[in-house]
Design a protein around this ligand. Structure first.
Ligand code: AMP
Length: 287
């Protein structure tokens, strides 16, 4: 991980001389035959037990889709770190470090932070991971631009990219309804999404995810979860981040996953799509 992180820094600085590093860059766009079978939304045929592999996954999807929720559940299940660049940005914001003021302006307007800053924050996080002896990762919120995707591709091979999708009507409501416990950091949602079936489109119900009583009085909203800013974030996602989906689709790495509803309906289906349902049974039995 330390090697990956040194290369990330070099790449972000525009230097592409990576000969002295162990991880050789993959600069071609050949389709990984294992991953090619992901096309057409088939269930993922994991070759070996995930516990034996170095999981290097990416979660893509619009703001509010639930990347953090599902990436975090999978990270617990698979024992790999969940690294959300949005969390790294918020940690930096809440510190009184030199970047905080500059970042606040960008984030509160719903804009993307520069590739250089994001890669710097990610490198530091990977360094900490490496020091703890962690291997693999589930990245959430990175890459968000083609340049970030190219930099990542140059330094490590991503096994799988999960593209979470949710109906547009639900995204805004989910962002605006998001609440965070200021004490324990728990994520909740007060939105009750109830879209009626119409013109042949199925309905969708997502129950609110309410906090336990000890968190209820400590809930806060993210400063970038206002209606105006969320609309801008969605627009920026379509402009800057949707091309990243195509980047991975063309490499046969993209698993498209349409969320059918809330966590109770979506989690088992996601595990099935990832060929992990047995794994979850074992974990539950052991718990
Ligand atoms: P998120 O929690 O993923 O919605 O991220 C919150 C904010 O952090 C975003 O709106 C961006 O301002 C910033 N951010 C997070 N990840 C990235 C990234 N990969 N590239 C640029 N900006 C990012």
């Amino acid at each position: 991980m330390a090697v990956l992180n040194r290369v990330l820094r070099l790449r972000a600085g525009g230097c592409f001389a990576v000969r002295s590093f162990r991880l050789s860059p993959r600069l071609n766009s050949e389709i990984d035959p294992k991953a090619a079978s992901l096309l057409g939304q088939k269930p993922l045929p994991l070759q070996r037990d995930v516990k034996d592999r170095n999981v290097r996954w990416v979660f893509l999807g619009c703001p509010g889709v639930g990347k953090g929720t599902y990436a975090s559940k999978l990270s617990t299940l698979l024992g790999v770190p969940h690294i959300a660049t949005g969390d790294l940005v918020r940690d930096e914001l809440s510190s009184s470090g030199p970047l905080a003021h500059q970042l606040a302006e960008v984030v509160n307007q719903g804009q993307l932070v520069s590739d250089e800053i994001i890669i710097n924050l990610l490198s530091k996080r990977l360094e900490a991971s490496s020091a703890k002896g962690e291997t693999g990762f589930i990245l959430d919120g990175f890459p968000r631009t083609i340049r970030q995707a190219e930099i990542l591709e140059g330094v490590t091979e991503i096994d799988l990219v999960v593209n979470l999708k949710l109906r547009e009507e639900a995204l805004l409501a989910k962002c605006i309804g998001r609440r965070i416990c200021s004490e324990c950091g728990g994520n909740y949602n007060v939105a009750c999404i109830d879209i009626k079936a119409e013109d042949g489109n199925p309905g969708m119900y997502m129950a609110p995810l309410l906090p336990p009583p000890h968190c209820a009085s400590k809930l806060i909203m993210r400063s970038d979860d206002t209606e105006e800013v969320v609309k801008r974030r969605l627009r920026i996602y379509n402009e800057m981040s949707q091309p990243v989906e195509e980047f991975y689709r063309s490499r046969g790495k993209l698993l498209e996953f349409d969320l059918p509803g809330g966590i109770p309906e979506s989690w088992p289906k996601l595990l099935r799509a990832l060929n992990l349902e047995d794994h979850d049974d074992k974990e539950s039995a052991a718990a």
